[in-house]
Design a protein around this ligand. Sequence first.
Ligand code: PEP
Length: 259
Amino acid sequence: MSTGKRRPLVVGNWKMNKGPQEADALAVQLKVVIQDYPAVDVGVAPTFLALPAVAERLKHTAVQVVAQNCHPEVSGAYTGEVSPEMLRQLGVTWCLVGHSERRQIFGESDSFVGQKVRGCLRAGVLPILCVGETLAERDAGQAEAVVQRQLDAGLAGLPTDQLASVTIAYEPVWAIGTGRNASPQQAQEIHAFIRSYLEDRYPPFVSRSMRILYGGSVKGSNAAGLLGQADIDGALVGGAALTRDDFVAIVAAAHQRGS
Ligand code: PEP
């Protein structure tokens, strides 16, 4: 278990919701209200199509812009894809990598996810590496083994000085979009496992500084319990990120932890 205090990070993943106008409207609301929570880093992840409008709207504000996905390469014959370099040019700070919906619906492998992590770092975009087990894997007692396998591939080949630029998001697949969140204790157990994975392999500053977010049906009503855990440094939020008040309630809980 970690005793270090890291600045909380809350990221709203809007998934395939909100076209450019709707996304911009929510960005307009958030850029004002988020100023009240200076102890938290906050980011929002619109669709690629809405990224330019949201990036423009949130320029020089406290809310960072996050991409939901990327391709590892800089450019080339990859129809339909967007490179980390293009995201950086737009002012994107973080990029989700290996979200379970990408792994499950679009068949992304652990090693492809690792390539994306490295591609983001090459371009100067900070990757948020998502890991987490399915219900069947948890029931079979494999949660830690699955997370370890995903971390092995996701962090493979990274020089130590780049590791601190990576954020991990633990998102048990059975808790995403299901309304069924992991209990604070269940989440803390895996977060502590991830922290000790880092401690065992890298110099102490890596495990002390790397943020590990929890994701899976986080809401205003359960955020304080989750964020009160020693190794939970923030939240990756799906459904509750789509409306201002629900999202702000989670940011407020993170602010309590951070102040
Ligand atoms: C997510 O999409 O990363 C997520 C955690 O979704 P939800 O909060 O809706 O479970």
